[in-house]
Design a protein around this ligand. Structure first.
Ligand code: NAD
Length: 370
């Protein structure tokens, strides 16, 4: 296949991998796996399995078999509510039952962010670490979760609280698999693309006017998003300097909303959309964010039909309480990624009265948001 675009991620210690992107990529058996393996275990969820012989699971298995690899398949029930340690244990039990599995076996995660996060975590612990390839099948996973090496599962007390940093050995992005993805999931993925527009590159917002009609139209969006995320991850792989924390713009309130509504009401990207609006209102209330940024954000989110309002049945107090336990919290005090301008993000520890004023501002904006 000639029209494959690539984004390379290389770290100072020499580790590196390639994100390969094309419409129809899964039919190309020349794409790099990044490792020399003769046995693979492809792990996916049942919705992907149900997509049948033309779906991403069958095409990934066929791709690996054409290389002469022996391939086993493991499935589990998908969905955010399954992103927990009991699913991790179930997958490891299934791996134990795979004949001939050893430390040279390659794991291949085929699915959205839930599959990628769980399988990546399993790869980080099973047999003290196995190589794995990410084959993202949602837009959100293509532009965000499959890249950068954050893996993990939810804990009863909070989202993504158990996990590990482990980089995949390759990421295979085939935008043609988006054909079967529901429009609501596509819009949720676009929320993370809009985030890149605010935190790093306003030009990408010109691609976020409405949902593109063809899967090939997503190639540019995915490539640019991966380039932005790769540059940030290379600079701050383990979120130490604060550079990587900018990727969490909108996620503090977003994660709280997901938790407070039982991970059922909102898609992750939808919660991030509302969370970004809250983060801007909080930034404005703190005198740190220029008010003009809000209009640009709302225009892009509205264009995708994404939710922007805080739900009435979730109180400011509940949000603030939960954000104090967020991974970015320091000594129990919430920290917010605040936009000082487009492309200029800062991590701020803000007093509760400022956060409350921002959330009130968000709630009272009401119909002015439309
Ligand atoms: N690791 C990271 O850096 C990172 C970044 C962002 C989000 N995340 C995580 O990603 C998860 C959200 O990912 P998601 O939005 O992809 O959710 P998801 O994996 O649950 O997929 C969304 C839905 O789409 C279905 N689906 C997937 N691919 C499909 C296809 N090609 N056709 C039809 N249906 C398909 C799934 O069955 C599911 O119902 C969250 O758990 C979030 O915490 C991780």
């Amino acid at each position: 296949m000639s029209n494959v675009s690539t984004v390379d991620i290389g770290f100072p210690d020499g580790r590196s991998y390639t994100i390969s992107i094309a419409d129809g990529l899964l039919d190309d058996s020349a794409i790099r796996t990044g490792v020399d393996a003769s046995h693979a275990v492809v792990i996916t969820e049942r919705t992907i399995l149900a997509l049948g012989s033309t779906g991403p699971l069958a095409r990934t298995v066929a791709n690996l078999e054409r290389r002469g690899m022996r391939v086993d398949t493991i499935t589990f029930a998908g969905g955010e509510e399954q992103k927990n340690m009991s699913t991790v244990m179930d997958i490891m039990q299934q791996l134990y039952a795979v004949r001939g599995l050893d430390r040279k076996t390659l794991l291949v995660a085929v699915g959205g962010g839930v599959v990628g996060d769980i399988v990546g975590f399993v790869a980080s612990i099973y047999l003290r670490g196995l190589a794995f390839v990410q084959v993202p099948t949602t837009l959100l996973a293509m532009v965000d979760s499959s890249v950068g090496g954050k893996t993990g599962v939810d804990f009863e007390q909070g989202k993504n609280l158990i996990g590990a940093f482990i980089q995949p050995c390759a990421v295979w992005v085939d935008t043609s698999v988006l054909t079967t993805l529901p429009p609501r999931e596509l819009a949720a993925g676009m929320a993370e693309v809009i985030k890149y527009g605010i935190i790093a590159d306003t030009e990408i917002l010109t691609l976020c006017q409405e949902l593109p009609p063809d899967t090939a139209d997503y190639l540019d969006i995915v490539s640019r998003s991966c380039e932005i995320k790769a540059a940030i991850v290379i600079e701050d792989e383990h979120e130490i300097t604060g550079v990587r924390a900018s990727l969490n713009f909108g996620h503090t309130v977003g994660h709280a909303l997901e938790g407070l509504t039982g991970y059922k009401r909102y898609k992750h990207g939808e919660a991030v959309a509302i969370g970004m609006v809250s983060a801007v209102h909080i930034g404005i209330a703190a005198g740190l964010t220029p008010p003009g940024l809000l209009d640009t954000l709302l225009k892009s989110l509205n264009g995708m039909g994404l939710p922007i309002d805080l739900p009435d049945d979730v109180s400011n107090e509940a949000i603030i309480e939960l954000t104090c336990r967020d991974k970015k919290a320091s000594a129990g005090v919430a920290r917010y990624i605040i936009a000082r301008d487009f492309g200029r993000m800062e991590l701020h520890q803000l007093p509760v009265n400022v956060i409350t004023a921002g959330l009130d501002r968000h709630r009272s904006a009401g119909s002015n948001h439309v």
